[in-house]
Design a protein around this ligand. Structure first.
Ligand code: ADP
Ligand code: MG
Length: 665
């Protein structure tokens, strides 16, 4: 038998079951060895006194009453008897396994596995444990046609055939020594049939390390390939001019902004092409960092482009850039332009007259050509698909790429999903920001909230109302928003109330936002479309209806729409959550303002796939590792992979184990 042999040659595998095994991803003998259980039943005997209600365990005791089988109805019956463990008398019941009566003999010891029902002092048995079962018994994910017990037997048979010795060690010796990892063969065996808890723990640690290490090695290989394969642009940084411009700003850059800028500029200076993610909490001031990077490009005679998800954001950036760099030629490219205007912008881009351009999706349309695009930035990057970002990038000759995100991606995810990218983090808000007061109220308290809003409106406040989210249906979201809109119109007859929702055309949305921004609307009712980007410093109150329907990160993004001016701001979460996790989320929101903390909490509560904005980010599914709980291993694995790529020529064999195709993105 060889590791690469198909399992069809194994005893007990017929054509039908072969297909079923293949559905589980098991094709070869090696696949079978590496098909690990997801949990174990613990058949080691326990003392009844330490069992929790509902816990599954094995109890060993002396049989003190004869087995009694009661029949009731067709094929239904119950076997019961009592056992004595030390001083405790325990009732044992089995349903529909009358034949087990043969194993029950008064005065003899018996081991029963089952569920402990505390109130009844009864063990609901599922199995009489034989001597051989003592210890851990693996439980595998199986699907239709594959039986748990057959799979166990098959795996056992493969081990019995002494094939394990052919499985080679895939981790380098120095790592095994450094982290005291269990050797691969031993670990693979212990994953299936651990001697005890300790052996299982060590095996699991080793296998997780292996999985995360090779993942990180692959990411580093990709990154390395990017850097060596394609020559990027080397921008000469005019430090003096940069410093002068920074001194002209109406505020001082925070330390975090400064270091992010330094990292970006050093990437731009290097001959490699930059592939960097700039992440920072809402309001942390990412824009100005991006603008300064664009300035550096302009000083070196390169064009730069920034792509944003909405027209109103584009206009906002455009106005900022013009004010900051009056000496430069700045263009705006959005779909709302008149034909002549558009033609002029396109001409200016192609001839090189334009230094910087801000735009929406309009930037990646055909016919948009650049003279020498050296830097490409996407704001709110998760709003764009991988392809859209790629099209923009390809409008230049391998330009430097910077992506910005206001959805704080927890570090855990960032180094996993974006491990092939460099990451700069702005983890500090500008000085003098007033914290946003967040309150959680129940629906029945809404009248009090409305009363308070009346008085705030009288003081000139502007207010956002976000209607509840119903994920399954945009139509229902709209209906909710419309109902809320009607209610608020009735409640505030003297104020201007506007409605914004996702079904509107972009131009219509932008117009409504602009009116709100200009202070001509008092209350803006909206679905979650306002979540992204606009600065309305005068808006100071954010009311989120049925807030428990939103994830933490999303609530945080919504809340970040207020607290942008000098006035005190409030976020009101209206919710009567039914679940514990809903309640917990409301509490966390009132307790922390830190987007990263919230995103980490979100990750813990909902799992990595669920986090808003990172769904399409290409985070792989791991077989045994869990990026949240195994974060420590992940970090170590990453550090080791990085180290290896400092001198890749010394690790040919190791690196050959990870195949790098076209990679991600
Ligand atoms: P975001 O990171 O959410 O995109 P912005 O870049 O829109 O945040 O910045 C939010 C606001 O903070 C803007 O009005 C910006 O001018 C201002 N700002 C940025 N950096 C600073 C700073 N260092 N000190 C004071 N205000 C700043
Ligand atoms: Mg922004």
């Amino acid at each position: 038998m060889k590791l690469t042999d198909s399992i069809q040659y194994l005893k007990g595998v017929g054509p039908k079951s072969l297909e079923n095994y293949q559905k589980l991803g098991i094709f070869t003998v090696q696949d079978l060895l590496l098909y690990f259980p997801f949990r174990y039943d613990d058949f080691a005997s326990r003392s009844v006194f330490e069992l929790l209600d509902g816990e599954k365990a094995t109890i060993i005791g002396e049989v003190v009453t004869p087995a009694n089988v009661q029949y009731y109805g067709f094929k239904r019956n119950r076997l019961s008897f009592k056992i004595k463990q030390n001083d405790a008398i325990i009732a044992v019941s089995f349903f529909n396994q009358p034949y087990l009566a043969d194993k029950v003999e008064v005065g003899k010891e018996i081991a029963v596995y089952g569920k402990w029902e505390l109130a009844k002092q009864q063990l609901l048995g599922t199995k009489v444990v034989a001597q051989a079962d003592d210890g851990f018994s693996p439980v595998y994910h199986v699907s239709a046609g594959v039986k748990q017990s057959t799979l166990v037997k098959l795996i056992q048979a493969v081990f019995d055939a002494d094939i394990l010795k052919d499985l080679s060690e895939n981790l380098p010796d120095y790592l095994i020594k450094k982290y005291r990892l269990m050797p691969r063969q031993e670990a693979v065996y212990a994953m299936h049939f651990p001697q005890d808890m300790q052996a299982h723990k060590q095996a699991l640690r080793r296998i997780k390390f292996e999985e995360l290490f090779f993942f990180q090695l692959k990411l580093q290989a990709l990154k390395n390939k990017e850097k060596s394969g394609r020559e990027g642009i080397s921008v000469i940084i005019e430090q003096k001019e940069m410093d002068e411009k920074i001194a002209e700003l109406s505020f001082e850059l925070t330390k975090a902004q400064q270091s992010a800028l330094t990292e970006i500029l050093s990437d731009m200076k290097s001959p490699y092409h930059m592939n960097r993610l700039l992440q920072g909490d809402v309001g942390s001031g990412k824009t100005v960092v991006a603008e300064l990077a664009m300035y550096a490009a302009a000083l070196a005679n390169f064009q730069s482009a920034i792509m944003v998800p909405t027209e109103i954001l584009a206009r906002q950036h455009f106005a900022n850039l013009k004010q900051l760099f009056p000496e430069l030629n700045i263009s705006l490219l959005v779909s709302g332009l008149k034909v002549a205007e558009r033609r002029e912008v396109l001409e200016s881009l192609a001839s090189g007259r334009t230094h910087m351009v801000v735009g929406t999706h309009a930037l990646i349309q055909e016919g948009v050509e650049f003279y020498n695009l050296g830097l490409v930035i996407t704001d709110e990057q998760h709003r764009f698909g991988v392809n859209q970002r790629k099209i923009l990038r390809e409008k230049g000759q391998n330009p430097d790429v910077l992506m910005m995100t206001a959805t704080p991606i927890p570090r855990t995810l960032a180094i996993t999903a974006f491990g092939d990218m460099d990451v700069s983090i702005i983890d500090e808000l500008p000085k003098g920001r007033q914290p946003i007061t967040t309150r959680w109220v129940k629906h029945q308290q809404l009248p009090d909230v409305l009363k308070w809003i009346h008085s705030e409106l009288a003081d000139g406040a502007q207010i956002y109302f976000v209607s509840p989210l119903i994920e399954e249906s945009e139509m229902l979201d709209l209906k909710n928003a419309e109902e809320l809109f009607a209610e608020l119109l009735a409640e505030f007859p003297k104020s201007t109330v506007a409605l914004l929702h996702g079904k509107m055309k972009n131009t219509e949305k932008d117009e409504i936002m602009q009116t709100f921004k200009d202070g001509k609307t008092d209350i803006l009712v909206s679905t979650t479309v306002i979540e992204v980007g606009v600065d309305v410093p005068n808006a100071t109150i954010m009311v989120i209806m049925d807030a428990d329907r939103f994830g933490l990160s999303q609530l945080h993004q919504l809340r970040g729409r207020v607290g942008r001016g000098m006035k005190k701001s409030y976020a009101i979460l209206v919710a009567n959550p039914k679940s514990d996790s809903g309640k917990k989320r409301m509490q966390i929101m009132t307790q922390t303002q830190n987007g990263f903390t919230l995103a980490e909490e979100d990750l813990k509560m909902r799992g990595s796939g669920e986090i808003f904005g990172v769904r399409q980010s290409g985070i792989p599914e791991f077989a045994v590792a869990d990026i949240v709980n195994d974060y420590n291993i992940l970090e170590v694995a990453r550090a080791e992979a990085v180290e290896i790529f400092k001198t890749p020529e010394n690790y040919h064999e190791l690196i050959a184990q990870v195949q790098v195709g076209d990679g991600f993105d």
